[in-house]
Write a protein that binds this ligand. Sequence first.
Ligand code: GDP
Length: 470
Amino acid sequence: KNDSLTSSTNNKEKFLEGLLPSGIDEPSCMSRHQSHLFRKVSPHKPSSYLISKLRNYEEIHRSCGPNSKAYHKSMEEILQSKSIKSDSAMCKYLIWTPANGLGNQMISMAATFLYALITDRVMLVRFGKDKQGLFCEPFLNSTWLLPENSPFWSGNQVETYESLTEKEKANNNSNLDFPSALFLNLQYQQNYHEKFFHCDDKQALLNKVPLMILQSDQYFVPSLFMTPLFNKELEKMFVEKDAVFHHLGRYLFHPSNSAWRLITNFYQEHLAKADEKIGLQIRVFHPITTPQQAIMNLVLNCTLENKLLPKLHDMNNSKTITKAVLVASLYPEYGENIKMMYMNKSTVTGEVIEVYQPSGEEEQKFNDNTHNMKALVDMYLLSLSDVLVTTCLSTFGYVAQGLGNLKPWLLYRLGRNESHYPACRREFSMEPCYHYPPKHYCSGKAIHDYAASFIYMRKCKDYSSGVKMI
Ligand code: GDP
């Protein structure tokens, strides 16, 4: 009897309390059913409503996804008709296109998936060679990859959201011809122009367009919660508003078998036996103007003062507890420096500190598969930490904190030749920060205080014009 109880508990953990569907071929994606062995059980349970939305989505994705009859039929219609007169019963699509580094891409994919989920669209991703073989297929019996022969690999030849909204304004909404495909750029742009994407009338327009190509590097989930049309549904899906990325990220992002081998090998070899695992994410946005020593001081001030790491001691202590420090940075010097600092030294607490840095790529590389693989390994390993220190503003850190259910210590961002005291402070929510939220209500009035209008949103600690869910 006990055995069956244990195995049903194991099964619940294996499928993350119903977040993951059963029935997926295990060997094709080992991480999907093994990740729970490397993490603490998450105290955040997905709601049964979210689970039913996911199962329903998988059904839609299977019947409308690439290789299905409906896919070919719908794509043919979309390509042939320049404009759509009425809501036809065809499948609707949301094509995600990448911008920026892998962290930015993962948070925007999660937001895009949530948008697809609440608008009954099929999400397809435009993965170039740089992302091949990084992730498993997330959806049961189908693929999320936009087929390479799709004419929608580029967004240039389709109408833009801006031109549609202009047309609508001019037409006063009478007899507007809707395009069958539309390009929507939700990326931050220098000449920031309010898109009113979070307003019902704009969503009603978009709803008429069967295929949307969306480009964003942002976690625009808060703007979906701000949209009255979606708000009730989203509140029902997510009882805990600070666990949206936590659920969506663990649902979508399963490292491929080759990524999983790298992650688990590194974990077993270096981290598994430690009593405590500390992740340090050291992101240097402007290496020329921020000297290495200033960053090093910031990291040490943060970790020593908050007792995440012990100070050194002259006397020999009996060594009992081992802490493993995982350093993720483009620069190998940070890991080396901290390693040297503790090597053959006693600490005031008697703890033994071991330092490991899986990679040090020196610079951010674009369109590079091996480089992205290392980035995924680093983000995933950071997410397995017990204590996490991240760098302000870095989406790389956001992914790690969200997957790992961690509220990190945020290292301040140093300006030119600056130091900062205190060196870091504690984050209050594991959600990613949405750096460029809407600045106006749908009425056109400026939003001054997000928290006053949207009860589960707060200004981000690391970027005061950004908002995050709590
Ligand atoms: P952000 O710029 O910090 O918000 O994070 P992104 O992931 O969007 O872009 C940074 C990119 O630089 C990553 O995707 C990696 O390609 C690279 N990078 C930055 N920091 C690290 C790191 O600690 N480890 C590895 N492997 N790559 C990094």
